[in-house]
Design a protein around this ligand. Structure first.
Ligand code: SAH
Length: 257
């Protein structure tokens, strides 16, 4: 059995309890060294075989894992954040299917959740935005034309951009062409939840300048949308006049004291 485990966004105590247990029991760990906090590996057994996949091809990663699994070893493939986002796990799972090897996935805290925590933001505010668009600028990996930033920007929903910090000029152009104004609130969150985390609030029109001034070129998320600075409607769920499955409506307002 091979486990794909989400390591969380950075801080070593943001892995799940299940993920931590799997790491402690593993005989082999292949971790994504570019973004996984190496302190997590302190949980591994002394004789655990550890490989950094940053130095390996898919073929090498799979050969290590398949061989170990066939020897009856417990294998963990440790991915940054949650493996379902830009994690390249599908090609590994398909490979294991072809080899008839069983696997499971343990979710992780994605960096977009780490960024919301750093910003103390709620991505979905009533009357402002009820959707989060998670996307990226095209890099070496192309983005389908129908998913252009420009087309998403037209929705004016909350947007979180991965893998795009090096392309802020083009990103800004796309956001503006899609319908965001220059003064739409934006933020750059660098290394969310790591000890050297940085949060920079700015606007769509000042994204590039803000990154340049703070020397941020990678390992950051760009958050765009009015949720960062806007009036909103209070929730119905917690409104005294709103009945739920768990609580009747109360007509009078209850004083805080
Ligand atoms: N699966 C990961 C994303 C991997 S793609 C997840 O769920 O978070 C790598 C990109 O994620 C980086 O280029 C950066 O845009 C973003 N990223 C990963 N960790 C980050 C962090 N701690 N703070 C800000 N951005 C991060």
């Amino acid at each position: 059995m091979i486990w794909f485990v989400g390591a969380g966004p950075g801080a070593e105590d943001l892995i799940t309890v299940r993920g931590q247990k799997l790491l402690q029991e593993a005989d082999m760990v292949v971790y994504a060294g570019s973004l996984v906090n190496p302190k997590l590996l302190a949980n591994c057994k002394k004789n655990c075989e550890i490989h950094n996949s940053a130095y390996l091809t898919l073929e090498q990663v799979m050969n290590f894992m398949v061989k170990a699994e066939r020897q009856g070893k417990r294998v963990v493939r440790l991915h940054t954040g949650d493996a379902s986002l830009y994690g390249a796990i599908k090609e590994q799972m398909d490979w294991l299917d072809r080899e008839n090897i069983a696997y499971e996935v343990c979710p992780g805290v994605s960096s977009f959740c780490g960024a919301a925590a750093a910003l103390k933001a709620e991505y979905t505010l009533p009357d402002v935005s009820q959707s989060v668009i998670i996307t990226r600028m095209a890099g070496r990996t192309p983005v389908p034309e129908r998913e252009s930033i420009r087309s998403f920007a037209a929705h004016r929903a909350t947007m979180v951009l991965f893998l795009s910090t090096g392309l802020l000029k083009e990103l800004t152009r796309e956001l503006l062409m899609g319908g965001y104004s220059k003064d739409t609130p934006a933020a750059i969150v660098y290394r969310a939840t790591w000890p050297d985390e940085e949060v920079h609030l700015c606007h769509v029109g000042t994204l590039e300048e803000t990154a340049r001034k703070n020397n941020i070129t990678k390992t950051a998320l760009i958050v765009v949308g009015d949720i960062l600075d806007s009036d909103y409607r209070r929730s119905d769920l917690y409104h005294p006049e709103f009945a739920t499955e768990f609580r009747p409506a109360v007509s009078e307002h209850i004083d805080k004291g």
